[in-house]
Design a protein around this ligand. Structure first.
Ligand SMILES: Cc1cc2nc3c(=O)[nH]c(=O)nc-3n(C[C@H](O)[C@H](O)[C@H](O)COP(=O)(O)OP(=O)(O)OC[C@H]3O[C@@H](n4cnc5c(N)ncnc54)[C@H](O)[C@@H]3O)c2cc1C
Length: 417
């Protein structure tokens, strides 16, 4: 077999998962190749919201990240919380932690992915351990006892690369995931469809740039979002479980436009708004069912591993977390010269130990979204009860507290509170 180049580790995909894997490999001086089929900066269809989880992992490899984002108001908007709008139209404002003010360090940011991903990509380039090829498509993977052979198309030319270990971070349409998962069938109960557009001139944002999730009665169990961006722009979109989209034969683009034009409250905020982009859609592979995310010589990260939070649709934080632990496992794997499925299963174990229970819980919350009455009830109560609203705020950071949401006793207690 022809081999043009050899690397100990190859990372495919330079989105948040692959870039993070590369940064953590570089931190451990592991020589590796990072490839992406696109040339950066490149767009990615997304809501563009970056949660605290993003920063809690990246600060270990980019200590200056929070400072950089705070200084760059052109590309990053600081965000301090979430506004939930219940089906009855009542708002519930939930800061990311209780008592936050604009004087505090912002827990989250909103940034167009074209900028955020470029920032991470440029950080990967700073390390000599990383060889980086853009415009390089992974076309074919062959594996045997000695390693993984990759056929790539680099700037239009076919090349053959050999590696001991492949970290696959190609996103939702990962060709490698098929080699790891037991089935290639898509489970539409674990998959959401999302539509995103950029608008300027949307009015009436929360003064602390809360991201907004609107649960609209005729659009459940999906939601409509408005996230404030720099320069007077907003990321606007809708998301819904693919199973519901196909069963109800919905056209999400049309539905989003109808909400903007006709919804009694939302339409008022779009009177002078201007569409600044195409309306584009992409899939969200949700972490609803635990899967194998590694096999002999291969680890899957981010969307390739289906790690998106089923309730919030947040995937960037988990992509970064998985990239970090794939790199950590790669370091051990090289040290012990062991690339077996059994050895790499420690990667699955650490990822699911960190986020398994949170994914499970979010999956339950997603099922509860079908009940608008329940939603209205919690939001109405929380607006009248400071303790309950603070509890909900704490639930964002505390998984133990979040468990309360899926316990029927919780609703009984607030009924009588
Ligand atoms: C509409 C929508 C809204 C969302 N909103 C949010 C949000 O607000 N906040 C949030 O946290 N998450 C959100 N998500 C989820 C988030 O976008 C993903 O979870 C995240 O991008 C996953 O990162 P990744 O690195 O795994 O994959 P990606 O970001 O998709 O990166 C994959 C990379 O692999 C490259 N690639 C693909 N195939 C190949 C190949 N064969 N060869 C070489 N390179 C290849 C691609 O070019 C790409 O650069 C949203 C998703 C959608 C669809």
């Amino acid at each position: 077999m022809q081999i043009d180049e050899y690397f100990d580790v190859v990372v495919v995909g330079a989105g948040p998962a692959g870039a993070s894997a590369s940064l953590f490999l570089s931190q451990n001086n592991v020589k590796h190749l990072l490839i992406d089929k696109e040339t950066f900066p490149r767009d990615k269809i997304c809501g563009d919201a970056l949660s605290g989880k993003v920063f809690s992992h990246l600060k270990h490899v980019i200590p200056e990240i929070h400072h950089d984002f705070n200084l760059d108001n052109e590309h990053y908007t600081s965000s301090y919380g979430v506004r939930f709008v219940a089906p009855n139209g009542v708002n519930l404002d939930v800061p990311f932690s209780p008592g936050l003010t604009m004087a505090d360090k912002s827990p989250g940011f909103i940034s167009k992915r074209i900028y955020f991903d470029q920032y991470l990509f440029s950080k990967c380039k700073e390390h000599s351990s990383a060889t980086i090829y853009e415009n390089t498509l992974l076309q074919k993977i062959e594996k045997n006892d000695e390693g993984v052979y990759l056929t790539v198309i680099k700037n239009g030319e076919e090349k053959y690369i050999y590696t001991k270990l492949l970290i696959s971070a190609e996103g939702e349409r990962s060709p490698t995931a098929r080699m790891v998962y037991d089935t290639v069938e898509r489970d539409y109960n674990s998959f959401s469809a999302g539509i995103r557009a950029y608008y300027s001139g949307v009015t009436d944002f929360h003064q602390m740039n809360f991201i907004e999730l609107h649960f609209i009665k005729d659009f459940l169990p999906g939601y409509f979002w408005i996230f404030p961006l720099p320069n007077g722009q907003a990321n606007v979109g809708v998301g819904m479980l693919s199973k519901d989209v196909s069963e109800k034969k919905l056209n999400l683009k049309k539905l989003m436009e109808e909400i903007i034009q006709n919804h009694p409250e939302i339409s008022k905020r779009f009177i002078n708004a201007k569409l600044e982009s195409k309306i584009l859609g992409w899939g969200l592979p949700l972490g609803r069912n635990k899967k194998n995310i590694s096999t002999d010589r291969i680890m899957l990260c981010g969307d390739a591993a289906s790690l998106i939070d089923p309730f919030t649709g947040e995937g960037i934080g988990n992509a970064i977390l998985s990239g970090r632990y794939a790199a950590q496992t790669a370091v051990l794997s090289l040290k012990h010269n062991n690339f077996s499925k059994t050895f790499l299963s420690q990667y699955d174990q650490i990822v699911y130990a960190k986020i398994g229970s949170e994914l499970k819980l979010s999956s339950t919350l997603l099922s509860l979204c079908k009940y608008p009455m329940l939603f209205n009830f919690v939001v109405n109560k929380a607006n009248k009860n400071k303790e309950l609203s603070e509890l909900i705020s704490c639930m964002f950071a505390d998984i133990g507290l979040r468990k309360k949401f899926s316990n029927p006793l919780f609703y009984l207690k607030i009924l009588f509170s």
